[in-house]
Design a binder for this molecule. Sequence first.
Ligand code: SF4
Length: 377
Amino acid sequence: MRYIRGFRDGAAAAALAEALGEEVDPGRDYHLMEFCGGHTHAIFRYGVEDLLPGNVRLVHGPGCPVCVLAVPRLDAAIELARRTDVTLVSYGDMLRVPASRRRSLLKARALGADVRMVYSALEALEIAAAHPQRQVVFFAIGFETTTPATAHVIREALRLGLDNFSVYCNHVVTPAAIQSILDSPEVREWGQVRVDGFIGPSHVSAVIGSQPYEYFAEEYQRPVVIAGFEPLDVVQAIRMLVRQLNSGRACVENQFTRGVTREGNAKAQRLVAEVFELRRSFEWRGLGELPYSGLRIKAAYGRFDAERRFAMEFKATPENAACQCPAIIRGIKKPTDCAIFGTVCTPRNPIGSCMVSAEGACAAYYKYRRGTLQAAG
Ligand code: SF4
């Protein structure tokens, strides 16, 4: 805690913000996207935006795992949970995400489905070991941060010979999502979203390293700075991006040198590569089908793949017409552009996925900005 406190120091933040202000060119605007919901949360929690010069604007990106899960895949999980022989296990936020027809895993549980919340993938394995008469399915979501843990439990299930355990794999990869943002018509053709540079996630990068971002920094001429999740980390990363943009550079820099290397965690990468492979295409909420952006379980571990074990169906379904989550995930709109933000849609009664997790943009706005917005309104 003492170590972290230094990265939250108000005086140091003010000094850093002043230095940033001196380097910002008043004759131009800077539009910087924080890809990860963890950064969005930190930015609101610590009031980072209030420290920035007016011409430095932050655009919230799609890096919130529960926000980007496509509704047909959530619907399929609910159908799986309704089977009388299945115990469906997942992280707490996932249970609250609204599916089609206002359903959710929590509501399915209230109607009798065996749905359980866990804090780790290992807990799911323990439930399977303790209940050999049940088919225990771990509903796995998340970016590269959580993928190694899922790979580990699949290997453990093989070692333990647990035939009643399987994984419904919804893991996604970060670089593909960033590339899709840069390729999107809103950015490339219509000018609806301007992204001059990216604040990259440190936890994901601790696993994959900084090297995977080099391609699109060079190809799309957008600088990337990998940053920690403390407020001073974020302000320093913004300053590094401003420096790159001022000098016409577009490369990958690492602000979070205390945890990220260019190569990343080779052991975790080997584990993931042993168990998972890229899908040709994967549907994201708000971003649509993205090539090579999601993972599936390799054939060698196919007996633990819930999609192979059960006849899972993915049916296209329209989004709730009032919910602006797809546009928010793409960075086109802000939560306050949604007509039902903070009224019909609240964290206690989420209508869309962005209001569920602390990493969702709507939940962050609601928690940290609602008072300001009400006073201004
Ligand atoms: S406020 Fe609720 S309904 Fe509106 S975009 Fe956010 S999550 Fe969706």
